[in-house]
Design a protein around this ligand. Sequence first.
Ligand SMILES: C[S@@+](CC[C@H](N)C(=O)[O-])C[C@H]1O[C@@H](n2cnc3c(N)ncnc32)[C@H](O)[C@@H]1O
Length: 245
Amino acid sequence: MAEFYDQIGVGYRDYRAPDPRIQALITQALGDAASVLNVGAGAGSYEPTDRPTLAVEPSPVMIAQRGRPLNPVVRAHAAALPFADNSFASVLALLTVHHWPDRRAGLEEMRRVAQDSVVVFTHDGFHDSFWLMDYFPDILELDARIMPTAEEFASVYGRVEEVRVPIPADCSDGFLAAYWRRPQAYLDAGVRGAISAFAMIDKVEAGLEQLGADLASGAWQARHGELMQHDKLDLGYKLVIASPD
Ligand SMILES: C[S@@+](CC[C@H](N)C(=O)[O-])C[C@H]1O[C@@H](n2cnc3c(N)ncnc32)[C@H](O)[C@@H]1O
């Protein structure tokens, strides 16, 4: 079956270098887990290289971009993980669960194959809290449709811990909100090409035109200049850490 990321994932690695500050939070969440499964692993960002680790990824285009040293990768989907119960001490899913067509089955599969913990890097949904939404409001509707809710995690995992992931102003992993202090970046087609939301909404051109005009006139700076005083910002990103029985 053709994968969405076979179309949009070309060049992912060029714009999505793992950010060391986010890496540190993920490493802390994994603790001393003796073995790891990374589901929806993509090009391998944030994947441990210091312990036995296996990756699961459905898109050959993403698999081809995996860095070195390589952990072995299995081509599969989250909803049907080809592993026995309790096969891995910890299971990771990083910036991927919002892409799963059958998310609940995927979350349950992660619980099944995890012995100790499941760690999910995800997002609250923007709820109007980020200036980019003024230009691309369709992302709000998209988010409401595809972002997992706290209730969903609770219904699969019971009680979970949440760790906020503030986004550094110079974040090297170019996901949707990474350029919150670098607005000009969103005008770059390469930057947008590595952000799935732009491939999933309409009216991108109108938003780009308005953003370009606001940056040229100084209107953006007048409205959001205060952001330049911050080095990092909580924009809704978080780690959800579950330790199901
Ligand atoms: C935004 S990328 C994130 C990749 C990597 N985890 C990272 O943090 O850079 C989302 C990944 O999820 C994968 N994906 C999409 N649907 C999936 C599914 N049903 N099961 C597992 N992975 C899936 C995509 O192919 C893509 O590689």
